[in-house]
Design a protein around this ligand. Structure first.
Ligand code: SF4
Length: 307
């Protein structure tokens, strides 16, 4: 069966084999982060509604559990912010009641100031929140939020959620050179992180193709130095390592093959290969590092070109 909302399982260094669940149409997000691997948003969206009917996702999950059902995690992430789908709690409740596989919610945290979102999110086994700003100005520079989203609400929502959530909470701090990689700025982020009190802090950087060409990755040496500012030190999770996705029809050779014929965005490659954009994005760092591919900004979008 070809699934509409499920993808993978894809390998993840932190979460093993992870089955992805896409809860929104492409790039439905309250933020427009400069480092987003989905590309630049045409517009941001803060409204919560049933973008995709939860019962259709649950029907696919039922089928997958009956016919495959092997993964370490079922992850709510995909093509936008999963908590904008007002039915995301139904999906988490279904996973909790029907399988021993743990659920992972990956969120940008912008809806956690709402009590109903915190209640639904608390059904996940693990919640991972991405952050990278320390005030409204840095938030606007790095994450370019919707006008209905404020930094103060974001931080308060994350603190309230920590107080209510007994599961594992991870904070992923996304670092971009020239934006939030100065130690003095990172120390301000450390202060917020302490106030929130996650179980784990992870540092990531733009090793995957980003929405903006100037969202530049920070080198591993500097990442390790920044990690030491946290107590205990943060884990650096950015990786340039080669990936292999077992059982996937996508690989670096097929991507290169397409790019030799014409330059494409990551989304266009995903459409051609019938894959999820997250699968394509796992291979692009390897091709960029090897110099087989380069990125070019064209008409406001990032295209990849075979060299
Ligand atoms: S990185 Fe995540 S939170 Fe930021 S714009 Fe992309 S999908 Fe939204």
């Amino acid at each position: 069966m070809k699934y509409k909302y499920l993808f993978g399982p894809v390998p993840s260094r932190r979460f093993g084999r992870s089955l992805g669940v896409d809860l929104t149409p492409y790039k439905t997000c309250s933020l427009n982060c400069i480092f987003c691997q989905l590309g630049r948003s045409k517009h941001t969206i803060a409204e919560r509604k049933e973008y995709v009917p939860p019962e259709e996702i649950i029907a696919e999950l039922k089928h997958w559990l009956e016919h495959d059902g092997k993964a370490d995690f079922i992850t709510l992430s995909g093509s936008g912010e999963p908590t904008l789908n007002s039915g995301f709690g139904d999906i988490l409740a279904f996973i909790k009641d029907n399988t021993d596989i743990r659920s992972l919610l990956m969120t940008n945290g912008t809806t956690l100031h709402l009590p109903e979102v915190r209640k639904a999110a608390a059904l996940a086994s693990v919640v991972k929140i991405s952050m990278g700003a320390w005030d409204q100005t840095s938030f606007e520079k790095l994450n370019r939020p919707d006008s209905d989203v404020s930094f103060n609400d974001l931080v308060q929502g994350e603190k309230d959620f920590r107080n209510e959530f007994a599961g594992e909470l991870r904070l992923e701090v996304f670092v971009v050179d020239g934006v939030n990689a100065a130690p003095a700025d990172m120390k301000k982020i450390v202060t917020f992180v302490k106030e929130i009190g996650p179980d784990k802090v992870q540092l990531n950087t733009a090793v995957r193709p980003a929405a903006e060409a100037d969202a530049v990755a920070v080198g591993s040496e500097k990442m390790n130095e920044l990690a030491l500012l946290f107590e205990p030190p943060a884990e650096v999770i950015a990786s340039f390592k080669k990936v292999t996705i077992e059982g996937s029809d996508v690989d670096a050779v097929r991507i290169l093959d397409i790019l030799r014929r014409r330059p494409c965005t990551a989304k266009q490659m995903a459409d051609v290969l019938g894959a999820h954009i997250n699968e394509i994005s796992k291979y692009l760092p390897e091709l960029l590092t090897a110099g087989s591919v380069q990125r070019e900004q064209r008409g406001g979008e990032v295209f990849f070109v075979a060299t």
